[in-house]
Write a protein that binds this ligand. Structure first.
Ligand code: GRF
Length: 211
C-alpha cells in the first residue's frame, strides 16, 4: 500500500543518517539524543539544531555539542498565512542546505503545514507525552490528570498533516500516581522519552522500521 511516507535510507556507522532536531524550549530531549550519539557508534548524527524561539534554553545543548545551531523566528508584521509560509520555506532551505535526511521534532511547539509535511513525509518524527491517540495537543499532562487516567506514557510517531495523528512507531507506559501534578508527571514521562526516542532513531537509521 502506498502510504505516501518515504522513510529514510538505511544508514551505517561510517555513513550515518544526518539529523536535524527542532526545538522550542529546554531541549532536554535534544540533550539526551546528543549524549546518546556521543556515547557510542551510532548510525545517525545531529548536523543541525533549529529553534523557533531565540531564548530557547535548549539552544545551548547544540552549541555545547558543536552542532550548527540556528534560530528561525516567525517573521513579524505580516499576515499569519504568509508568516508560516516564509518561516517554513526558511526551515526547508536550511534542511536541504545541511543535507538533512531525518527531522526530529523534540519539544517543537509549532504545527507544521501540509506543505512542509509533504516535502518531508516519512522523514519527520515527533515524540508526544501521552499514549496517542489519547490526549493529543499541547497540554497532554494536564488533560491526563483532569481525566483521572491511571496510566499515561509517550509515543513516537511519524508526522502527517494532522495534530499528533501520524503512524505510531513506539509507545512506552508510565503509571500516574495519585499525588502527581503536571510537573511531576512531566518529569517522569520525560525520563522515559529520553530513552525511547534514541532507541527508535537507532532502529530507523539501521533500516529496521517499515510501515
Ligand atoms: C517533551 O515532553 C515532548 O514530548 C513534548 O515537549 C517536551 C519537550 O521537552 N513534545 P524538552 O524541551 O525536550 O525538555
Amino acid at each position: 500500500m502506498d502510504t505516501g511516507f518515504i522513510l529514510p535510507r538505511a544508514a551505517s556507522v561510517s555513513d550515518p543518517l544526518r539529523l536535524a532536531v527542532l526545538i522550542s524550549g529546554s531541549g532536554s530531549g535534544l540533550k539526551s539524543l546528543l549524549r546518546h550519539q556521543s556515547a557510542g557508534s551510532r548510525m545517525h548524527t545531529t548536523v543541525l539544531v533549529i529553534s523557533d524561539r531565540e531564548n530557547a534554553g535548549g539552544l545551548q545543548h547544540g552549541i555545547d555539542a558543536g552542532v550548527k545551531t540556528v534560530t528561525v523566528s516567525l517573521p513579524k508584521n505580516i499576515a499569519p498565512i504568509e508568516q508560516r509560509a516564509i518561516h517554513e520555506r526558511e526551515i526547508h532551505g536550511l534542511l536541504n542546505a545541511h543535507e538533512v535526511e531525518l527531522v526530529i521534532l523534540s519539544g517543537y511547539m509549532r504545527i507544521l503545514t501540509p506543505w512542509l509535511v509533504g516535502k518531508w513525509k516519512g522523514r519527520i518524527l515527533n515524540i508526544h507525552p501521552s499514549l496517542l491517540p489519547d490526549f493529543p495537543g499541547a497540554h497532554a499532562h494536564r488533560d491526563v490528570l483532569s481525566a483521572g487516567a491511571e496510566v499515561t506514557g509517550c509515543t513516537v510517531h511519524l508526522v502527517d498533516e494532522g495534530v499528533d495523528t501520524g503512524p505510531i512507531l513506539a509507545q512506552r507506559i508510565v503509571q500516574v500516581r495519585s499525588d502527581d501534578d503536571e510537573e511531576s508527571l512531566q518529569e517522569r514521562v520525560k525520563k522515559v522519552e529520553h530513552s525511547l526516542y534514541p532507541e527508535i532513531i537507532d532502529l530507523i537509521s539501521s533500516g529496521e522500521v517499515s510501515l
